[in-house]
Structures are given as structure tokens and as C-alpha cells.
Ligand binder design. Structure first.
Ligand code: PGA
Length: 250
């Protein structure tokens, strides 16, 4: 089954209105509805609607970095999937390791949020990944399989869900796993998806790699059989670096 490569930018807690004009506009002008791969930017909540307006017509998509699992109600400062849909977002990143660490998000909470995202007609990018300690203890496969089992809802499909494998020790550090290790863990994640959702869903579901991806290492990573794109932090904040990663899609 063919899986269209997704190059997704996670701006994290970066960006003011000025960055929508420079960065979002710059990326959308260069992306130019490239049909070889899908491209997405996920700015902070405050900029989602503005970014949607700015990139309109370019084919560049806009997403958010988290949401609540309810549609509305007494949840001060939270943002619902319906609000994101209303703002024009198409994707929501869920369970990023920084959310798991800073806000104690568990697999079951991520699972609940993903279901709410589907209900609103949005797509979830569900993040998983092992810590340095778990990696050194040889537990990477086990940890990621268990995160798939817990974080991915039973009604996930290849259309409504993307998985992002992000080894925590590779995020923002410049350290990346070897290509063999990336391919191996992506294949294991796909097996875990198959046992949860069935082989054909697993075969169609995109699994992104995230963690220190740059134009200089993207070509090798994106060429791996079970890598279907990237979730990019630091390098998504510069037009040339982000587009340079897109240019590595073959
Ligand atoms: P990085 O972040 O590309 O800066 O390593 C990736 C991420 O956390 O999504």
C-alpha cells in the first residue's frame, strides 16, 4: 500500500505573528502544492487561525500541538478539537514526549484525545518514543510497542492517524539512531499496529521519524522502507532547512 510522505513541522512554543508572515508564508510559497509529499506546520494555538489564512491555496496544511478530549465546557485554558477544526486545522499532534513529561500525559489520556480528534473530523499524529535510559537498557522495542497498545485507539485508521516515532534522546540533541535502528524500530511499530488494528490498516498507516532531523540526514532517513516522513522541531523554524528536508523526498 502506498503511503504518501508527510513532512510535519512542530513549532513547539515558538512563534509570534511575525513568524506567520515570514515562516508560514515562506514555506507555503516554496511548497507550492508539491504532490510528491504532504507538508504540514503546527504552530502554537495562538497562531493556528492566522496560519490557516496565510497559507490558503498553497496546499500547505496547518495543525495544532495538543487538545482536550472534550468538545467544550468548564476546562479553563484548554482547547478542544472542535475549536481547532473551526480554526481550520487538519491535524493535531498528541502525546509528544514534552507533553508526557511536562504535563504527565499518559497513554490512556492520549488515546482519549485521539478519539476526540477523530470525532471532530481531524487527524491525530500520535507520538511515541523511548528515553535514553530505556534505549540503553535494550527496551526500545518493548516501550514503543506498549505505547502503541495504550495510546492508539481501536478505531484508528490509516486515514485518521499518523504515528511519530521520536526517541526522546534524539529530540533537539543532534544525536540520531543509526538508519538500521530506525528501520528496525519502525518495522516493529508497524507489527504492533498490525496486531492492534489488522495488517491492512498497519500497512497503510504512516510512521514518521522525529528527532534532530535536518536536510543533511533527511535523505537517508526518508529512504528507509518503513519511514513515511518526519516530525521536525528545530529545523521547521527555518524556511530553508524545512524545505531542504522536503527536497530530500524521492
Ligand atoms: P527536533 O524536535 O527536530 O528539534 O529534534 C522534534 C520534535 O520534538 O518533534
Amino acid at each position: 500500500m502506498s503511503r504518501k510522505i508527510l513532512i510535519a513541522g512542530n513549532w513547539k512554543m515558538n512563534g509570534l505573528k511575525a513568524e506567520v508572515s515570514s515562516l508560514a508564508k515562506g514555506v507555503s510559497a516554496k511548497y507550492n502544492n508539491n504532490s510528491a509529499y504532504e507538508m504540514l506546520i503546527c504552530p502554537p494555538f495562538t497562531l493556528v487561525a492566522n496560519a490557516v489564512d496565510t497559507v490558503k491555496g498553497s496546499g500547505l496544511k496547518v495543525g495544532a500541538q495538543d487538545c482536550h478530549f472534550n468538545t467544550n465546557g468548564a476546562h479553563t485554558a484548554d482547547i478542544s478539537p472542535l475549536m481547532l477544526k473551526d480554526a481550520g486545522a487538519e491535524y493535531v499532534i498528541l502525546g509528544h514526549s514534552e507533553r508526557r513529561a511536562d504535563h504527565g500525559e499518559s497513554d490512556s489520556l492520549v488515546n482519549k484525545k485521539a478519539k476526540a480528534v477523530y470525532e471532530a473530523g481531524l487527524k491525530a499524529i500520535i507520538c511515541i518514543g523511548e528515553s535514553d535510559e530505556q534505549n540503553k537498557a535494550g527496551k526500545a522495542v518493548e516501550v514503543n510497542q506498549s505505547q502503541v497498545a495504550g495510546s492508539v485507539p481501536d478505531n484508528a485508521t490509516a486515514e485518521n492517524t499518523v504515528i511519530a516515532y521520536e526517541p526522546i534522546w534524539a529530540i533537539g540533541t543532534g544525536r540520531i539512531p543509526t538508519s538500521d535502528d530506525i528501520q528496525n524500530i519502525h518495522a516493529e511499530i508497524r507489527k504492533a499496529l498490525a496486531s492492534k488494528l489488522g495488517q491492512s490498516v498497519a500497512d497503510g498507516m504512516r510512521i514518521l521519524y522525529g528527532g534532530s532531523m535536518k536536510p543533511t540526514n533527511a535523505e537517508e532517513i526518508l529512504a528507509l522502507a518503513d519511514v513515511d516522513g518526519g516530525l521536525i522541531g528545530g529545523a521547521s523554524l527555518k524556511v530553508d532547512d524545512f524545505m531542504g528536508i522536503g527536497a530530500c523526498v524521492k
